[in-house]
Every structure is written in C-alpha cells, then in structure tokens.
Design a protein around this ligand. Sequence first.
Ligand SMILES: [Zn+2]
Ligand SMILES: [Zn+2]
Length: 153
Amino acid sequence: MHHARATLREQGYRLTPQRNLIWEVLRDARRHMTAEEVAAAVRRTLPDVNVSTVYRTLELLVSLDLVVETRLEGSACYYEVSPEPTHHHFVCTQCGAVGHFGDELLAPVHEELTARQTFAVSQIQVTAFGVCRDCQAVAQVGAASPPFDVPSA
Ligand SMILES: [Zn+2]
Ligand SMILES: [Zn+2]
C-alpha cells in the first residue's frame, strides 16, 4: 500500500482535509475514476470542494507517483492509485471498458532501451485502444441495436 500522507509530508505538502479525502476516495474505489467521479464522491463528505481543487490535487498526486493518470482517446482521462506491480491498460473506444496487462510483457522494450540504447528507464506506460469483446459481439449482431443509448432528437 502507498503512503500518501508520508509522501506528501516528505515533499513539503500540507495534508489538507481535501487532499486526504481525495486520496481516500481513489484508494477505496479500487477502480478507475474520472475527475468528475472523484469530485462527486468528495462532495458527499465536503460539499464545498470545487472541481478545480480536485483537478489540482489529482495533478499533485500524479506528480508524486501516488496516482496514475491514463488518457482515453479524446478528452476523457481517468485516475487510479498507482498499481503495484505496474500494469498497463487496454481501453475499448466504444464503451470505455478498461482491461489490464502486466508489465512483464514489456521486458523486450526495457531490454532494448536499457541494454542497447543505454537509456535509464524509470517508467513505461502503454495504453492499447480498440474494441472489447462485448462491443465486437454487438457489431456482429448488426445495426439493429446500437451500442449506445441514442438520444432522441
Ligand atoms: Zn489500471
Ligand atoms: Zn466495449
């Protein structure tokens, strides 16, 4: 488990109630959350917290490697407590479902960069985009049932 409180203090950041709560929300969620979802959860306890505070805190936690930010295609972006061991994501561009694969699959990349390019790798992040099994099945059924709720005009 991560020691967010210790890390914040060591880096000279104050552990404000907002920062503490935002951290706890993500840690207890054990899933990927958008900043909006984090803000909504935080407001259940601290109704006055504004979204920009949540964004700034998430950025801070990311900069301290306590939280990982993964960008979806387009503007969507989600957060989770830094996984141990490191994992990578594959994301369905149709429904947003997220899967994980292990860091060990990137061993050849580490090898190439460290041994051949003498590059000191600190972190590799890979996100694969595509279409999940469910959405492929929907596509095969045909155009009869669209994958999304189509808003009525
Ligand atoms: Zn993840
Ligand atoms: Zn999907």
